[in-house]
Design a protein. Structure first.
Lengths: 398, 204
């Protein structure tokens, strides 16, 4: 081991940066001889750019940004790799009390069912159009994000065209709640703790957890530049071991209180400890009347099975980029997307055999609607969606 | 409109520049610098609500935003093909120009331009940006140093008052005692003064 190696790692203050925070603050990184400087950032663009130009050695990154950067979509092409998955799921869709009321009126069943809510949304959209009202506006955190893809997947399943029937706007998470209050947006999809903040203030109602729409999606990865990984194999392995130890620590329920305290600290995420704890436990207040909801898969970090990057998740992300016109469809790009996720590097560091437990749900994604995901032939998968016409009129109205 | 602008034959005064910065002082410093460099069409945006709509309404050729601004992610939406987008916009930094990227990120500023704008037309804007942002950072640093000095003075004065009252000392004696303790313990006088105030608070 070569003494103390200094690493600069960028992150956004969100609960799914937990493995990084715990690895550093519990001394797991130091045990591996790494001196990690965790740098808190204010925007995903900053994290991406500072990683790309070498100001960061590694970063907590939206999984779709790692894929987009490697494919050169929307920005300069910088090959990034993801040797560690930091978290699955963790987002939720929150709507204003007004929109919630409109959805209740339009619903033909239980709104907890995302198909019912999506159809209700289509009805509300149609009603507004007939009344000459402005289209509904929804906030999400980044063009290349699961927040964007989850909202789109949900709406489209109900017959709403996300590009024509509503407005989708990027909003930095800290501004989400105030945008809901000011009427700038009618709803949003964002990660913890921002949905809870809106509910606590009586400004929003959590309509769906992200896992209602898609049971299991790679939310954030640890990303490094491809060449950096080649030049620093030993440092990368030590970092991955420290992260894995942190993930094991987080997974142990007896440690949850301590993990929540570490994350809530003012120099880390700087939110109330209870809010972090609720997120870790998947136990959230969803309505200002105090209704709570628990879901085991709401948020998955420190999940030993999930830390190993799954290329099928990268294929899923790429399929969303194609579906929504962010990327062209080609076998080469699909291959490039899949190879961003590097279970081989994970295995080399952790020393696990490649055959982990079988993925659940069966197609690895578990979408609430549409065909099973096929990571090898995404054109066939996408064509099932393309057959559903994306042009209006398609909604039955009276 | 972009198509109405000839790429390089017109003087660069025609370039419309937007500065997105919540720091009014820094934005003013930058605007002044740009005007000195001959860019007359400079608009500042300090209000982040509906940022994209504001930017589109101004229809700029160049957008400058500070890196401490979370709304940078909002601007990324300009690259998306969607109904609201009026024209393609690309980030200024291209892969051949890593030195400029480094310098601007170090200074804490990021630039976006309309697609197709020639690099040499942007260079003076970015150079002005970098030098003004660095100047602002130096200024900020000086202000911080001055503010800290002022804070320390206040702490020392209050601790002096405590000592004068509790130990029945003159002002000079109180100061001399703190100075002696600081020298003995190899600490700053302000640190000794702070511990006196903390102790006084606890013993209240």
């Amino acid at each position: 081991m070569s003494g103390s190696d200094r690493l600069r790692i960028g992150y956004i203050p969100l609960v799914d940066a937990a493995a990084l925070v715990v690895a550093v603050d519990k001394g797991f990184a130091a045990d591996e001889g790494l001196d990690v400087d965790l740098v808190r950032e204010v925007s995903w663009s900053n994290v991406r750019d500072k990683l790309n130009i070498g100001l960061f050695d590694a970063a907590h990154l939206l999984s779709p940004v790692a894929v987009a950067s490697s494919l050169g979509i929307g920005h300069v092409r910088v090959p990034l790799i993801a040797p560690f998955n930091l978290g699955y799921n963790g987002n939720a869709i929150t709507v204003t009390p007004d929109l919630m009321a409109a959805l209740r009126t339009a619903a033909d069943g239980d709104l907890a069912d995302p198909m019912v809510s999506a159809r209700a949304l289509a009805q509300v959209v149609t009603n507004r159009k007939m009344q000459g009202l402005e289209p509904l506006t929804f906030g999400m955190t980044f063009p290349f994000s699961n927040h964007n893809y989850q909202l789109r997947f949900w709406m489209a399943a109900g017959g709403v065209d996300p590009d024509e029937d509503v407005r989708l706007v990027v909003l930095p998470p800290p501004y989400m709640v105030e945008s809901l209050a000011s009427g700038h947006v009618d709803g949003f999809c964002v990660g913890a703790p921002w949905n809870s903040v809106a509910v606590d203030l009586g400004l929003g109602h959590i309509l769906h957890f992200g896992c209602d729409i898609l049971a299991r999606t790679s939310e954030k990865v640890l990303a490094v530049r491809g060449p950096w990984a080649q030049e620093n194999p030993n440092r990368l392995q030590r970092l991955l071991r420290a992260l894995r130890r942190a993930a094991d620590f987080i997974e142990e329920p007896a440690n949850r209180g301590e993990v929540a305290t570490l994350l809530a600290a003012s120099n880390r995420i700087a939110v109330a400890k209870e809010m972090v704890r609720g997120t870790l436990d998947g136990d959230l207040k969803i309505s200002s009347d105090g209704t709570r909801r628990t879901a085991a898969h709401y948020f998955e970090i420190g999940d030993a099975r999930g830390a190993r990057p799954a290329p099928r998740q990268a294929a899923w992300i790429y399929a969303q980029m194609v579906r929504w016109g962010q990327a062209p469809l080609s076998p080469e790009l699909l291959m490039a997307a899949r190879s961003v996720y590097r279970p081989d590097l994970y295995d080399a560091a952790i020393g696990e055999c490649a055959s982990g437990p079988s993925e659940s749900p069966s197609d690895g994604i578990g979408a609430f609607a549409g065909p099973s995901f096929n990571p090898v032939d995404i054109s066939q998968y996408l064509s099932a969606w393309m057959q559903i016409p994306r042009t209006r009129p398609r909604l039955v109205t009276d | 409109m972009l198509c109405a602008k000839a790429p390089s034959s017109l003087p660069d005064q025609t370039l419309k520049i937007v500065i997105v910065d919540e720091s009014a002082v820094r934005a003013a410093i930058l605007e002044e610098g740009l005007r000195e460099a001959g860019f007359t069409q400079v608009v500042r945006i300090a209000e982040m609500t509906n940022l994209l709509a504001r930017v589109y309404a101004i229809d700029p050729d160049v957008i400058l935003i500070d890196l401490e601004n979370p709304s940078r992610d909002v601007l990324e939406q300009m690259f998306q093909v969607s109904r609201v987008v009026k024209r393609p916009v690309a980030m200024f930094v291209d892969q051949s120009d890593t030195a400029s990227i480094q310098a601007s990120v170090d200074a804490g500023v990021s630039a976006y331009i309309v697609d197709g704008l020639k690099k040499e037309r942007i260079k003076p804007i970015l150079d002005t940006c970098i030098s003004r942002f660095n100047a602002f950072a130096r200024l900020q640093n000086e202000v911080d140093v001055a503010r800290n000095a002022l804070e320390e003075r206040k702490v020392i004065d209050r601790a002096k008052g405590v000592l004068m009252k509790v130990k029945n000392l003159t002002e000079e004696e109180a100061y001399a005692r703190m100075r002696r303790t600081a020298m003995n313990e190899n600490k700053k006088i302000a640190e000794i003064a702070q511990s006196i105030l903390t102790a006084a608070e606890m013993l209240k």
